[in-house]
Design a protein around this ligand. Structure first.
Ligand SMILES: C[C@@]1(CC(=O)O)c2cc3[nH]c(cc4nc(cc5[nH]c(cc(n2)[C@H]1CCC(=O)O)[C@@](C)(CC(=O)O)[C@@H]5CCC(=O)O)C(CC(=O)O)=C4CCC(=O)O)c(CCC(=O)O)c3CC(=O)O
Ligand SMILES: NC(=O)C1=CN([C@@H]2O[C@H](COP(=O)(O)OP(=O)(O)OC[C@H]3O[C@@H](n4cnc5c(N)ncnc54)[C@H](O)[C@@H]3O)[C@@H](O)[C@H]2O)C=CC1
Length: 218
């Protein structure tokens, strides 16, 4: 399987199953997509603001639910293998992506896996184990959370710098070395993480330094 980033803006995700797994998948997608969860029970779980529809679809009803919701992605997260299978089959027939939560290892065409994800927008890192060891994905995600602290702010620094340096017609080679130095500065990471500096301040400092040295290293 090959990782891709998929934009779910204006798209629907249809989740079958309102248990802990259905709720987790719903929360994951609800930050961007319109999410509908269909299940006979929901408990008092957090579904991330998804629309909840109380129903118990039989396997032969799966196609009808997909036709009506026209989702970009269907998530089969019930504890009933027959309905999960029917959702996967009906999705595949319609070219709808499908995530089957009760299967690991080999996948059918058109199926997707939900990876463990660390997000510090606009930075995103996802981890998967070929479906073999989700607990390991979770463990590595927890470890990476620490490493990635401040990465979102660092991305904004780099983006702002690239823009400003381009505006000043700084040659590509020089732009690359300025941005690379910034990314490799342990002091800067610490300053961004501890809040002793911020994106506009860093950009201002680097540009001031760049202009005063005229691109020459002192
Ligand atoms: C194939 C996949 C399909 C998919 O769901 O997309 C799948 C399938 C299955 N998971 C199972 C079990 C567990 N899953 C978790 C946790 C997560 N599972 C996630 C993804 C995936 N799980 C996909 C593969 C990803 C990869 O390649 O690594 C994560 C990363 C993302 C998310 O779901 O949000 C999320 C961590 C999020 C985070 O915290 O960052 C835990 C840990 C826990 O709950 O604490 C356990 C118990 C421990 C264990 O078993 O390892 C079972 C057995 C059920 C049973 O035995 O009944 C199956 C089915 C089977 O194996 O048959
Ligand atoms: N992918 C993952 O990360 C994980 C996957 N699993 C797998 O996912 C399945 C679901 O896990 P949990 O949420 O913990 O199970 P659960 O048993 O707590 O919840 C299942 C939900 O599906 C609903 N349901 C049953 N029949 C349905 C139907 N025909 N249509 C719609 N909803 C229906 C139930 O009412 C319940 O709300 C498990 O059976 C297991 O195989 C389990 C743990 C992690």
């Amino acid at each position: 399987m090959i990782p891709l980033l998929h934009d779910f803006t204006d798209a629907t995700v249809l989740v079958f199953g309102g248990g802990p797994v259905g709720a987790r998948k719903a929360r994951r997608f609800a930050c961007e997509a319109r999410v509908i969860v269909v299940s006979p029970t929901f408990g008092d779980r957090d579904f991330g603001g998804a629309e909840l529809i109380r129903a118990l679809p039989a396997p032969e009803d799966a196609a009808d639910w997909l036709e009506r919701a026209a989702p970009a992605l269907a998530v089969a997260a019930t504890d009933d293998a027959a309905i999960n299978e029917a959702v996967a089959d009906a999705s595949r027939e319609r070219g709808i992506l499908v995530n089957r939560a009760d299967r690991s290892g080999e996948r059918d065409a058109g199926s997707v896996v939900v990876p463990a994800t660390v997000r510090d927008d606009p930075v995103v890192v996802s981890i998967a184990t070929g479906g073999t060891a989700p607990a390991l994905s979770k463990h590595l995600r927890q470890e990476l959370e620490e490493t990635l602290d401040g990465a979102g702010e660092m991305a904004r620094v780099c983006a702002g710098l690239r823009e400003e340096l381009k505006d000043r017609n700084v040659p590509a080679e020089r732009r690359r070395s300025v941005v690379t130095d910034v990314v490799n500065s342990p002091d800067l990471w610490t300053a961004l993480r501890t809040g002793t500096s911020n994106c506009p301040q860093v950009i201002e400092d680097v540009l001031a330094d760049e202009l005063s040295t005229g691109g020459e290293r002192p």
